[in-house]
Design a protein around this ligand. Sequence first.
Ligand code: ATP
Ligand code: MG
Length: 556
Amino acid sequence: MSHVDTEVRPSNFIRNIIDEDLKSGKHSQVHTRFPPEPNGYLHIGHAKSICLNFGIAKDYQGQCNLRFDDTNPEKEDINYVKSIQEDVRWLGFEWSGDIRYSSNYFDQLHQYAVELITKGLAYVCFLNGEQTREYRGSLKEPGKNSPYRDTSVEENLALFEKMRKGEFKEGECALRAKIDMASPFMCMRDPIIYRIRFAHHHQTGDKWCIYPMYDFTHCISDAIENITHSICTLEFQDNRRLYDWVLDHLNDFQAPNRTRQYEFSRLNLEYTLMSKRKLNDLVTRKLVDGWDDPRMPTIAGLRRRGYTSASIREFCLRIGVTKQENLIEVGMLDACIREELNEHAPRAMAVLRPIKVVIENYPDAQPETITAPAHPNNEAMGTRELTFGRELFIDVDDFKEEANKHFKRLVLGKEVRLRNAYIIKAERCDKDADGNITTVYCTYDADTLGKNPADGRKVKGVIHWVEASTAKPAEFRLYDRLFTSENPAAFETVDEVLNPNSLTVVKGLVEPGLVNAPAEKAFQFEREGYFCADSKDSSAEHLVFNLTVPLRDTFA
Ligand code: ATP
Ligand code: MG
């Protein structure tokens, strides 16, 4: 697609900051990072952050690290670590050097916590969860100092060591930064920086029973990796104060050009949930077929559905990067994939709801081979061979016994062109006991293969078809939105907004060449939509095609 991977990238406020930092000499090279928590699969929102962070590194010849922010061992899993790497690479990006893990720095983080204690800037607090909340105050009221706030440095060092050794129970105490219980920023009211968790960690095993909190870990990890621009979403705006406070008070991080945090607004997409917690809920309750269900907004789901990485990058380019809250129309994502597939997807014919057509004047037992282009206006894509014969299938919606002139398909007594083949005329039809049409009997004009009738009569309609003896049975999975609300995040549970009709399965027929369709590569099934073979369930014996996107914006 012409506008994908364009060299000219629209600027944004973050790129402007980088331009200034390079010009002023504050930095000579840009170093970003993408820091997912391995507690779920990446979704389209993450793609925005990936394109931003890796895209900046690429365009400025800098570096971007992939760092797993793995400080919540109970919720994390090595399978997520693997899927995230796969998805980043599939999106077309490569991280600088080895994969990083925040857990790589657990020893250093522990040392830095000790440094804060030694400086009288952190203390072990024994208030329980409820008391801690109570003491924290509210946006309207300042908090109260914890009774443990003035414990001596020596005692705090000893208590923290006991925490590390597992001598306290989970939740019995925590290490808190000593900042300001009256701060207007709640995150500065003596935030917890270490807590006790007797949990096995996917990277560090059972080495630790204390784990650092995100706010403490993230800034230090950035500083250790010499990240120059630490880009995150707006909900961390207040936390920037804590980010800076932690680094300000550690001797190792006093360089004037040390890492700085910048926030942008997260992607919200209509009819789509981005919360990994809620997506996980859909998966664990089997309301969808796994994280890569083609209805899921995950990168793996979009891939399985036939989206290309170029179309997702293009989408991320079009939505831009700002600080404005936004709810992007799903049509924008659809348009990106549709534009690309319209240009690049090979064409094929599939009949989703077949009825039989018999061409009565077609010479018996004389199937013929017809050559059809793979794409109507891209010769370079080559051709494919189709079989034409006496018995065909067309879609049930393409035939009516009677219709007005707006119905440009097959009608009794009228003509229509079969795509890539002849003009046929419907003569009569058979019905079953319920009145459903079972067979349409037609005649064909043998002199109309690839050309107009010699007598100049006009035949406007074109319908698609497959030949009966060679067509392959196939299952088609037709997807609709997973949620019925434009803003499903506003609902407490997914159950309230789940679309019961998000998947419709129909059984039909495809032209035989499609047995070799590679998984996840979309075709345009002419007049039906873009479809790709399912990577999990499709095989030569049982073809399964996923609807990638309809031909037109059916919701407009
Ligand atoms: P979730 O709420 O879905 O669990 P998260 O922010 O906790 O998301 P992380 O794995 O911590 O998920 O995110 C990794 C990076 O991706 C972070 O820098 C985060 O800001 C960014 N990110 C996550 N969701 C979005 C989104 N919807 N739009 C843009 N960036 C996002
Ligand atoms: Mg997170």
